[in-house]
Design a binder for this molecule. Structure first.
Ligand SMILES: Nc1nc2c(c(=O)[nH]1)N[C@H]1C(S)=C(S)[C@@H](COP(=O)(O)OP(=O)(O)OC[C@H]3O[C@@H](n4cnc5c(=O)[nH]c(N)nc54)[C@H](O)[C@@H]3O)O[C@H]1N2
Ligand SMILES: Nc1nc2c(c(=O)[nH]1)N[C@H]1C(S)=C(S)[C@@H](COP(=O)(O)OP(=O)(O)OC[C@H]3O[C@@H](n4cnc5c(=O)[nH]c(N)nc54)[C@H](O)[C@@H]3O)O[C@H]1N2
Ligand code: SF4
Ligand SMILES: [Mo]
Length: 734
């Protein structure tokens, strides 16, 4: 088989060919607005660059407008993230514009909360309503009593206006429900995290270890392409996953680990490297701190010990350790991204960081590189007022000592308890907190305490269903946002600009924020007429040509060294100034200075741990009503091992419901019987089973992992919450 064939096969498996279905849909569009933005027009087709927001990888794309209608969205060849190719979700962004379920105008609640009884309102009416209630809360409790949940690029001006008003409490699920433990684990070890996009040099690596990072289903564009190239280069890939993922199907070794036991494997790998002298002794000598204590702490974590916990043979643990060590420093132990599995994830991430340190791959070609950025002038904006109150989620960093961002569930808890002070208003911007936070009952209990809940949304999400005011936002293809300043092998700046008008009375987040600033009596915090003026100022101040930038959409920064090989000098921003094999700061706060393994809870009889992941054509809950992506995958499936299915008496294709240990029952989900998963766990893609009836096609399609996620553990180091700690049993339909 030629490498081209194997590469194409990989892309087919991982990316699901998309072009055909995109072209097959014919649109009954709305009136076009040809004046939308800078344009290059040939034969009735106008192309306009902007960057994608179908997920947070933020690839540069080019929108094609044909006969005044949005026709297609493709990659921008100038962009380092896409190199001219988008993933299926990016291509499917066209469907977000045409989504029939889109919110069309502001809504003010007219019945009890959650009953979804609304009256439509003008923007002026809706924003006056919000500002009046915000100022009432400010008068009674102070501005700290309004909090913001936000996710995504459009949050920028919301945060800014609310901070100008006095906001101190804001958080995104991207920390405590996603990459937080990884960032904190790496910070504690190297004094710096791996960034987003992760600075993993897959393009040059000679060995890649993926621990649950299911690249190929997790469609982070450039990583998928680099993985495909690695497959083509016949780079040995080692995949650790209870499930035979797409990545596992490309791997030299698949280690089907028992869920929740990865830390045991990582410690055993460290143990092999140390006892067999396979580690980078000069890196450890020059840059390591507390190595002897580390060696002492892991001395009993042998492969034989780990085999009992993980279900992976001791011999296989040794073989794989020798394999990846033989390629050091051009070996990557992928740090992962959504690392919140069991609530003790910072220590697992720290073990990945320690294993990386043993391999000496920090700032090395084919290992982890030091990403570089690019500078663009800021727009002069007034300073924020100071508050003398602590942050509500983690007062004075006492609750979660190493959290370096705010914790969503901490704000929720403060709202429920009223401690350290009452929280009376929530803004929710572009995050479906009914699904992405664990335990829906707690979110509802918090909402009960609120005098104001504002949700800024594109479609009727579940959280929008509970709002007092719903503000409909333009999708990313219809709006400006702030500049993207990307970090990577070379820094870059990218422009988001409208390519087509919003079909109804939807407005961009910057406009909503600016209007709200006026109503709140702080118009001076948005001292520009519009985004054209704001962006032009920043671009020209940076010595670039605004018209040119609008035409190309991407500007690369200067190339800076990213490896030791290119002249990077190693420094580590930890208390010791070194890589901390042994962490005094963790010890001081009562945590293990070297990670220690504790086994996960056992499932009750008849119950199975439920694990989750991604599907190539969807992003969480946000793409479910997109007609293009919904067509490709209308519902999720329940992965169950053949033996387990036989024992439970269920067959492939049959629908079942899932009941968790707390008695919560899901909507129906189709059974997928497969040998591609360990027998003791079940798997489903997260983001389905949505319960807002205004979602005409996506309503209750598949089951919701979020709804079943009632039992959770909070990582005491940084507040990350587990997403895999629930047990479910199958309920057969009558
Ligand atoms: N059980 C479970 N929970 C999880 C996960 C899991 O795997 N399992 N994954 C976790 C991870 S890694 C993450 S990052 C989070 C993701 O959590 P969220 O960020 O909440 O992700 P979404 O479900 O996509 O919700 C985004 C919401 O924003 C809306 N939206 C989309 N685009 C726009 C826009 O341009 N403007 C506005 N105003 N709104 C918009 C969408 O309609 C959607 O309702 O979830 C976490 N929670
Ligand atoms: N198509 C698509 N791509 C996405 C997203 C999306 O919504 N859609 N979301 C993006 C975001 S925000 C994030 S954070 C990333 C998340 O993507 P990743 O960081 O790659 O993965 P996770 O969701 O953490 O992990 C899911 C994988 O881990 C395996 N797994 C589950 N439990 C265990 C365990 O105990 N041990 C091991 N070793 N493996 C386990 C599952 O079988 C699955 O293959 O994806 C990003 N990419
Ligand atoms: S990875 Fe896909 S969805 Fe995410 S930004 Fe890139 S093209 Fe868009
Ligand atoms: Mo995430």
């Amino acid at each position: 088989m030629t490498s081209e064939v194997s590469r194409r096969r990989f892309l087919k498996i991982s990316a699901t060919t998309f072009g055909a279905s995109a072209a097959a849909v014919s649109w009954d569009g709305w009136l076009p607005d040809a004046s939308a933005a800078a344009e290059v027009s040939t034969k009735g087709v106008t192309t306009i660059p902007t960057f994608c927001e179908m997920c947070f990888w933020r690839c540069g794309g080019i929108a094609h407008i044909r006969d005044g209608k949005l026709w297609k969205f493709e990659g921008n060849p100038l962009d380092p993230q896409s190199e001219g190719r988008l993933c299926p979700r990016g291509t499917g962004a066209v469907g977000a514009h045409y989504d029939p379920d889109r919110l069309r105008q502001p809504l003010i609640r007219s019945g009890p909360r959650g009953k979804e009884e609304w009256k439509t309102a003008s923007w002026d009416e809706a924003l006056t309503y919000i500002a009046t209630r915000m100022n009432k809360i400010k008068g009674e409790y102070g501005p700290e009593s309004v909090a913001l949940f936000n996710h995504g690029f459009g949050q920028r001006f919301f945060q800014h206006v609310l901070k100008s008003w006095g906001l101190v409490n804001y958080a995104g699920a991207s920390f405590a429900q996603c990459r937080g433990p990884r960032d904190v684990g790496f910070n504690l070890t190297f004094g710096s995290s791996v960034g987003s996009p992760e600075a993993t040099d897959i393009r040059n690596t000679e060995c890649l270890v993926l621990i649950g990072s299911h690249i190929g289903e997790n469609m982070h564009n450039s990583q998928v392409r680099e993985l495909a190239e690695a497959v083509e280069r016949r780079v040995p890939i080692i995949v650790v996953d209870p499930r035979f993922s797409v990545a596992a199907s490309k791997a030299k070794y698949w280690l089907p680990i028992k869920p929740g036991t990865d830390l045991a494997l990582l410690l055993a790998w460290c143990n092999v490297l140390v006892t067999e002298g396979l580690y980078d002794a000069s890196f450890v000598k020059n840059h390591g701190h507390g190595f002897d204590e580390f060696v002492e702490a892991i001395k009993d974590n042998t492969p034989e010990w780990a085999a009992g916990h993980t279900g992976i043979d001791a011999a296989m643990i040794r073989t794989t350790a020798r394999e990846f060590a033989s390629h050091k420093p051009a070996t990557i132990i992928h740090p992962g991204r959504r690392v919140n599995w069991n609530g003790d994830d910072t220590q697992r991430s720290r073990a990945i960081a320690l294993l990386s340190a043993l391999l000496g791959n920090w700032a090395r070609k084919g290992g982890l590189f030091i990403a570089s950025g690019t500078g663009i002038a800021g727009y002069p904006l007034p300073k924020y007022p100071k508050s003398d109150k602590p942050k509500a989620d983690n007062p004075n960093n006492e609750k979660y000592p190493f959290a370096d961002e705010a914790v969503t569930t901490g704000i929720r808890e403060a709202t429920i308890t009223g401690k350290p002070y009452p929280i009376k208003g929530w803004f929710v911007y572009s995050t479906n907190i009914m699904q992405c936070l664990p335990n829906q009952a707690e979110t509802l209990a918090a909402i009960d305490k609120l005098d104001l809940l504002v949700v800024v949304e594109t479609v009727p999400s579940e959280i929008a269903g509970y709002a007092d005011v719903v503000l409909p936002e333009s999708i990313f293809l219809e709006r400006h946002d702030d500049l993207l300043l990307g970090f990577g092998r070379q820094g870059w700046a990218a422009l988001r600009q409208p390519v087509i008008a919003s079909p109804h009375d939807q407005k961009p987040s910057w406009w909503i924020a600016k209007e709200l600033a006026g109503k709140l009596g702080i118009p001076e915090c948005m001292p520009f007429k519009d985004m054209d003026e704001y962006l032009k100022f920043r671009i020209e101040k940076s010595g670039m040509n605004w018209e040119e930038f609008k035409r190309v959409g991407i500007k690369m920064g200067k190339k800076a060294p990213i490896y030791v090989e290119e002249g990077i000098e190693l420094t580590f921003d930890t208390p010791s100034g070194k890589v901390e094999f042994y962490s005094e700061q963790l010890k001081e706060k009562g945590f293990d200075p070297v990670p220690k393994y504790t086994p996960p809870d056992k499932a009750p009889p008849g119950f199975f741990p439920l694990i989750t992941g991604r599907a190539p054509v969807h992003t969480f809950t946000r793409t479910q009503s997109n007609p293009l992506l919904h067509d490709l995958m209308p519902e999720n499936e329940l992965w169950i091992n053949g033996a387990t299915a036989a024992q439970a008496g269920v067959k492939a294709g049959q629908y079942v419901k899932l009941k968790n240990q707390d008695g919560i029952t899901s909507s129906r989900i189709r059974v997928k019987v497969t040998q591609r998963i360990r027998p003791e766990c079940l798997y489903m893609v997260y983001g389905f089973g949505l319960s807002n009836k205004m979602l005409k096609t996506a309503y209750l399609k598949g089951a919701s992992a979020g709804q079943l996620n009632t039992k959770y553990r909070t990582d005491p180091i940084m507040g990350g919450t587990s997403l895999h700690a629930n047990f479910v049993t199958l309920v057969k339909e009558a």
